[in-house]
Ligand binder design. Structure first.
Ligand SMILES: NC(=O)c1ccc[n+]([C@@H]2O[C@H](COP(=O)([O-])OP(=O)(O)OC[C@H]3O[C@@H](n4cnc5c(N)ncnc54)[C@H](O)[C@@H]3O)[C@@H](O)[C@H]2O)c1
Length: 249
């Protein structure tokens, strides 16, 4: 028995990085099945094969979460394979950083489409079934940047939208035994940080009380808690997972 025995999950953007670590952790927790919804299908197929060579518990489905049609088609495939989804992790994400005065509006819309609308579309696919069965766990990956970060007005707006959405969906879903929470990671050692120049990274790490980057497994362990019945009385929260980065003295 594990914490996620008999549960079926979807994790978006899980070809690599935080999403992949969440899939790995869910497998350790004995999840019955997990679908990776990923734009880069070759990466997702390789990850699925590596994590589950039998192909029985991990499936890869091509999906750009910014497209409502692709999200709908992807969930049709997931429902055909697993029958239902008990746990949804909205993790897929990108950054397109620029100072506001130089940022083309398309750059803001793209980031909003992937993060906020991607989360919205995926929730629309699972909420009806979760309400019918009176059971569900939704985990939205936000960021400490939701509180504000120079060069990321598009990303901070999208993550703030996700946090507001999380609270309202929690209010609307509580009576149906569906919990909705967000995790706000600080700097986690993944490819998404590779666009940040080395000198700036050094300054940023120096400002973290724990003086290091976080690891993907450290976000996955929070996701494991929120996906399991250990968190049955936890809903509408944004859990910071950032080595103390946002402590105000
Ligand atoms: N790494 C960090 O420091 C950090 C900090 C805070 C929040 N986050 C958030 O964590 C999440 C995961 O980030 P990561 O660091 O693992 O990034 P990553 O770049 O390592 O992985 C992101 C994955 O999402 C996929 N993806 C991107 N756009 C997609 C789309 N439209 N549809 C489907 N899949 C898509 C990519 O192909 C990739 O596999 C993101 O939401 C990110 O904003 C990351």
């Amino acid at each position: 028995m594990g914490k996620l025995t008999n549960k079926y999950a979807v994790v978006t953007g899980a070809g690599k990085g935080i999403g992949r670590a969440i899939v790995e952790r869910f497998l350790e927790d004995n999840v019955a099945g997990v679908a990776i919804l990923e734009m880069d299908i070759d990466l997702a197929n390789a990850t699925a094969k590596e994590l589950d060579p039998t192909g029985n518990r991990v499936i890869a489905v091509k999906c750009n979460v910014a497209s409502q049609e692709e999200v709908h088609n992807a969930f049709e495939q997931v429902f055909a394979k697993f029958g239902r989804v008990d746990i949804l992790v909205n993790n897929a994400g990108i950054t397109r950083d620029s100072m506001f005065h130089k940022m083309p509006v398309d750059m803001a819309k793209l980031v909003m489409d992937v993060h906020f609308y991607g989360t919205f579309y995926c929730c629309q696919e699972v909420i009806p079934g979760m309400r019918d069965r009176a059971y569900g766990k939704i985990i939205n990956i936000s960021s400490v940047s939701a509180l504000g970060n120079v060069g990321q007005c598009n990303y901070t707006a999208a993550k703030s939208a996700i946090e507001g959405f999380t609270r309202t969906l929690a209010l609307e879903s509580g009576r149906k035994n569906i919990t909705v929470n967000a995790i706000a990671p600080g700097m986690i050692d993944t490819d998404i940080l590779k666009t940040i120049p080395e000198d700036i990274m050094k300054q940023k790490i120096a400002a973290v009380p724990m003086q290091r980057l976080g690891q993907t497994s450290e976000v996955a362990s929070v996701a494991s808690f929120l996906a399991s019945d250990d968190s049955s009385w936890v809903t509408g929260n944004v859990i910071l997972c950032c080595g103390g980065q946002k402590i105000k003295a």
